[in-house]
Design a protein around this ligand. Structure first.
Ligand code: CMP
Length: 138
């Protein structure tokens, strides 16, 4: 059993696809173990995406991620990191496979509806950024 962090980004919330995104996760057999809606400050977005701080898109990305509410979830399941990334599709929606969340709902490489951890180590950091142990229901 593995855990990953999923975020429905501000554009996903604005597009009213929270329910549809979660429906796809559940239909794929993924269990939601924790969930909340919140709005990041710019500094909190910078802390979450610190790994990208040298990238040219860092300032714009953290402006976007603090532009409105997000939904953060801990998801559990076998190979859930990989499964979630398959459901999301490629970072750039133009490269994402048909039927993936980003292909269906994203309009921009930055405003790409969802985020998902890319490895067990990043999942551990990202989950602990938003949730403490008592908030996660296995
Ligand atoms: P995410 O999977 O959350 O990881 C980092 C985010 O940076 C990515 O989704 C996009 O929102 C954004 N991103 C990645 N590459 C680019 C890029 N070339 N230009 C702008 N934003 C990007």
């Amino acid at each position: 059993m593995e855990r990953t962090l999923s975020i429905i980004k501000p554009d996903g919330v604005r597009k009213n696809v929270i329910g549809e995104v979660i429906r796809r996760f559940e239909a794929a057999g993924i269990h939601i173990a924790a969930m909340k809606m919140l709005r990041l400050t710019k500094a909190e977005a910078q802390g979450f995406y610190a790994v990208h701080k040298e990238r040219p898109f860092f300032d714009s990305l953290t402006d976007f991620m603090s532009s409105g509410p997000i939904v953060v979830m801990v998801m559990e399941g076998e190979e859930v990191i990989k499964k979630n990334r398959e459901l999301m599709g490629a970072t750039n929606f133009k490269d994402a496979a048909p039927g993936t969340i980003r292909r269906d709902f994203a309009t921009d490489i930055e405003q790409n509806v969802v985020h998902g951890s890319d490895a067990p180590e990043t999942a551990a950091f990202e989950i602990s950024y938003f949730f403490n142990a008592l908030e996660i229901c296995s």
